[in-house]
Design a protein around this ligand. Structure first.
Ligand SMILES: [Zn+2]
Length: 324
């Protein structure tokens, strides 16, 4: 990356020298601006964390009570030396943010992880204009195209009913933070939900922060067979159900809700039923977003960056890969 740029890649992560801060740093730094609370973006060991108001409780929950944090609202401008920093919704999960960095009229935007589909608990993605856009590309291939939530919910309900009619319980394995709450928001009005202790802990953290996550039961040895068959289980790991007596008695069909299930190798890897649901942009939304930024230069990271850069260059755009 050009050294005159507002952000440069260092061994500690993406650095703004003029503002003296890092975005989602990978090693210990003084000042970290955090896009969202997933562990590959929010790591322990920073002197000071700045993040959106809804991300801060999750940082304390996942990293430590004692860390030093500053919470900001979307659109609020924080001056870091002569650099104006502001956060805007990324739509990826609760509190997820794009980071807008401006100095002397030059604007860079770091997308973090993002999606354009609606989410019951994440503020909708906010398109921003900028000179340089740093975008993720987790699913940056034309084969990735997401169905609507309505289609996925219908598929899950049909699969659940078929299992229940055979006396088998249904579980969907998801990330405990983000995807789990999205599914709770979509499914709680259709089925009673029983969640793993890890998902329950994340829900309780969010509820304590004033976010109204729908009511769920916690999976335990006391969970009844009737409850498991009537409702849907959200698990955060393959072993969550191993020692639950009711689950052993009924048998459980374990499915996955992930963008990776959109392709044959992804389906094979996960073995059970797969529901195509991702908290990242698909191919069309990735390029729609790049167009909306009107960026003169696009920097692509996290995923199929070489393929996306090649495509952008073929379209006459200035683009490069950034291997964070
Ligand atoms: Zn993420």
């Amino acid at each position: 990356m050009a050294s005159s740029g507002l952000l440069t890649l260092t061994e500690r992560g993406l650095y703004c020298e003029r503002g003296d801060f890092f975005i989602d740093p990978v090693r210990s730094v003084e000042r970290a601006v955090i896009t969202h609370a997933h562990s590959d973006h929010a790591r322990p060991g920073m002197k000071h964390y700045l993040a959106h108001r809804d991300t801060v409780p999750l940082l304390h929950h996942r990293i430590a009570r004692s860390i030093s944090t500053q919470s900001v609202e979307y659109g609020e401008v924080i001056m870091m030396r002569a650099v104006a920093v502001s956060l805007f919704p990324a739509g990826h999960m609760i509190g997820s943010s794009q980071i807008r960095v401006e100095a002397d009229g030059e604007v860079w935007v770091v997308s973090g992880d993002y999606k354009r589909q609606p989410d019951p608990y994440a503020a909708p993605f906010h398109p921003l204009r900028c000179h340089t856009f740093i975008t993720e590309s987790t699913f940056g291939l034309p084969i990735y195209h997401w169905p609507s939530d309505e289609i996925v919910v219908d598929d899950i309900l049909r699969w659940h009913a078929a299992n229940a009619s055979c006396g088998v319980a249904s579980a969907v394995q998801v990330y405990s933070l983000g995807k789990a709450q999205r599914l709770i928001g979509l499914l709680a009005r259709h089925l009673p939900l029983t969640v793993s202790p890890a998902i329950h802990a994340a829900n309780e953290c969010l509820r304590a922060a004033g976010i109204a996550v729908a009511e769920t039961s916690v999976l335990s040895n006391a969970t009844s067979q009737g409850m498991l068959l009537r409702g849907l289980i959200l698990a955060s790991g393959p072993n969550d159900l191993r020692d639950i007596p009711a689950a052993r008695a009924t048998g459980v069909d374990m499915a996955f809700a992930s963008g990776w299930t959109a392709t044959e190798p992804g389906r094979r890897r996960n073995a059970g039923a797969g529901f195509v649901m991702s908290d990242h942009v698909d191919w069309d939304d990735l390029h729609r977003t790049i167009d909306e930024t009107q960026a003169e230069h696009v920097i692509v990271t996290h995923g199929f960056s070489a393929e996306v850069v090649q495509y952008l260059r073929e379209q006459g755009r200035s683009a490069q890969v950034l291997a964070i």
